[in-house]
Write a protein that binds this ligand. Sequence first.
Ligand code: AMP
Length: 614
Amino acid sequence: MADGIVGIDLGTTNSEIAVVEDGKPRVLDVDGDPILPSMVGLTEDGRLLVGKPARNQYVVAPERTVKSIKRMMGEDTTVTLGSQKYRPQEISAMILRKLKDAAEKELGRPVTKAVITVPAYFNDSQRQATREAGELAGLEVVRILNEPTAAALTYDPTPDKQERFLVYDLGGGTFDVSIVQAESGIFEVLSSHGDTKLGGDDFDELLLDHLADDFLETYGIDLRLDRTARARLLRAAENAKKALSDHAFAKVEEEFIAEKDGVPVHLSTEIDRKDFETLIAPLIDKTMDCVQKALNDARLTAAQIEKIVLVGGSTRTPMIGRLLEERLKQSPHREVHPDLCVALGAAVQGAIVAKQNVSAVLVDITPHSLGIKTLEYPDSYLTPFNEYRFAPIVRRNTPLPASRSEAFCTVSDNQDKVDIEIFQGESEDVRRNHRVGTFQIDGLSRVPAGNQLVVQLDMTLDGTLKVSAREKTTGLVKQITIDNAIARFALEERDAARERLDRLWQDPFLGDAADPSDDEDEGHDEDDEPSAEAPLETPRFRAAAAGEARSEPGQARAALEKAERLRPKATAEDQAELDRLTEVIRSAMAALDWAGVGKATTELTDVMFYLEDA
Ligand code: AMP
């Protein structure tokens, strides 16, 4: 590769640079880290600092440090650094120059061309300023690419069919959601909404207030009034927030954070994820309103979105994935590292411009949700207790290795043992999922119902699953290890798929399109195999299964759906033709006449080709 085009995510808080090598995109390290803080500073003796050293200096010398310059791009303004004034593009150019130098060092060749990403809502002057920043840094900017499009590209660099993505991007200081449509390799942002003053930093501030209020009530000291104590509390709040993304509780310990009557006072407390979620709920609700607005503007319903993609560090907050899934009825994709996704997509675009081969970013994920048959959730009085309710702990599409925990409660008074049954699958009813293991924890304290147990699932890259249950008050713990949890399911999935194909052969309109609630599966007991409608999620297996199957039913169904969509726009004459061919296909399918199905589908496709063009 003589001069591959690099991809750069020039972010408000952080920036990254990536490149495609041997068809695979990868992020390059800058000073040993893939993430470069987007901060620039000058030392007392006039040396330039970019990245981490500038961030470290910010607390002690904010007057010699610049952060969040992206917010000023395109404005006719300057910032002062030492005795000199700089335009926003010049500061951005320093960040870009640092990325370029690091890439040249790692790749051992000059880097002269780049794709740089910008938010979809950036106007012309903001885009122009970004281009100028690139040129000042010695880069030819071959494309200014929208960030949501970059994210979509990492999942599907060469879409061959129409595909619509909802890209939900929540970083440290900004939020945006965009609908991106891909068709024949062309990506288009259909709509975009957001809030440039909403992000994970706000979550930290809310948690800080919560901790400080508690401390004030206990010790009569307001930690917010002391600059150092506040800074320590903010860092502790951010760490606790991150821990709560994986675990049901997080400890906050800060020794000697204050002094009372000459005696040091320590902060030692625990945050419950549920309390944290209550704090941030109004902000998350705001983002969900934006999601709805973006859908409305694009004139789409949730069902017309093929993929939800999560971007930005704050999307690791589980409440976000959960609410999106609840509202849009599909689980979001979070496989590609949410902090690196945009830079990787920019590199993919660079490779496409340079006519290099490139494949999607692939990572190991859990193809199915893993969880347990519910004990009671704490505070679950809102929903009636259902003994077959599935409580997912590691959600599907989570990158591996993964470690997650949830808190549950005992349901009876004096309950001294609990059966923990572990399931894989997506149904809310465990009887429709697949049981992968079970164990009992006994010797629990004899207390009233509501005794809290923390169940933790640890899944390794090779598919080994470790499950532990811990009594919160005593620390009593019991655990089991299940080998090949994923592999075993894949085999059983294959059997389920065979069964489904067999059914498809008997009745082309049943198969995977059938309504699961019509299935006689209702009321199966727990030892049943996974239900026949269990999704075929493992991509490798999906390809194999499709290879064995006939393609006519699938193609015909797709053509029939399309015909229905196009019908309202067609003339009366064309409508009659569409109806005739639809009828021919349906009859041929019912008669299992695959040659007839194929012929009529081709005819229908031809008619639709002209209709689409009209
Ligand atoms: P970005 O601007 O995309 O780099 O995102 C940075 C934000 O992501 C900061 O507010 C971080 O605190 C937040 N963040 C990083 N990791 C996590 C995590 N595991 N859970 C929740 N927020 C996180």
